[in-house]
Design a protein around this ligand. Sequence first.
Ligand code: KG4
Ligand code: ZN
Length: 342
Amino acid sequence: MQLKILAIETSCDETAAAVIIDGQVKSNIVASQAKLHAKFGGIVPEVAAREHVPSIIPTINLALKTAKTKLTDINYIAVTAGPGLFTSLMVGVQTAKALGLALNKPVIGINHLEAHIYANFVGQFPISNFQFPILILIVSGGHTLLVLMKGHGQLKIVGETLDDAAGEAFDKTAKLLGLGYPGGPALSLLAKKGNPRAFDFPRPMINSKNLNFSFSGLKTAVLYTVQKMVRSDKKLDKITKQNIAASIQQAIIDSLIAKTEQAIKKYCPKTIMLGGGVAANELLRQRFKQLAIIYNLQPATPPLEYCTDNAAMIGLAAYYRIRHKKIKADSYFEADPHVVLK
Ligand code: KG4
Ligand code: ZN
């Protein structure tokens, strides 16, 4: 019998649904609220939650229709349980539980960060050929983690940010440059034409012995640089902005790569993986692949459209948990905005 999963994701500002059949992505629908939040320069939690409500059922229906599957044929419903914005999570969790109850199907709560790892498993059906142990660098808007994965459901955090996440560093510094929201893609586009050595921004903790990151100092350094230029009447012209963007991007990526390299030396993984929205960054993907070549490791980066939040990754995380009997499908789980990785 085929294993058919309906997956739902509403942890932040994307309303998403997907159908996964035997580990293959049959549909992946994302209704983005990005334009709505751009007006405010960032995500407004109350607005995000309200917007999920009218979108969720049409998004699920479209995912089912695209996958040519009926709701009654689904075996499992998987939904993001956390971390994320509480009221946003609640929309997905309550919808999944209601569907589970009405259809008498098991509902599985999935960790959003674990799911970002499974974005790498798109196209790997019915089973993946990645070799364990896997070292994963998760870089999203809210988290920056180094995770050691010895098998499915066997995850251990070995490094994390002490303050801002890498995505936050992109977003906040982009805001200082007046690039709007979301800042990451805009900043990396501007950085393409800039000189990454034009400004010497800090790379905190790069020489520390542990595997932790720190990015809040970067935001302050960029703020001072911009303020100093304004005070001394130096123009923040297009070329200067391009140079600042390229230098910021370089500083963030240098920190991420240095700590990943330290973790490779310490844990000797067979595979290294990227996950989270910042995994869409072209330069980071290049540098990550170069690192894999140097240490003779198998590299994995998610297909671009699966880097930022989507429901296919939720369904794939559920699929591997079901296959490896690492699930609790009892509908008793609750949305948990603060959980990291279990
Ligand atoms: O994983 P994600 O979609 O949402 C969270 O779970 O947080 O990540 C969103 C983050 C944002 O901070 C966004 O600016 C960043 O990913 N991002 C990028 C790029 N595309 C998205 N950062 C740098 N370069 C990109 N190309
Ligand atoms: Zn995410």
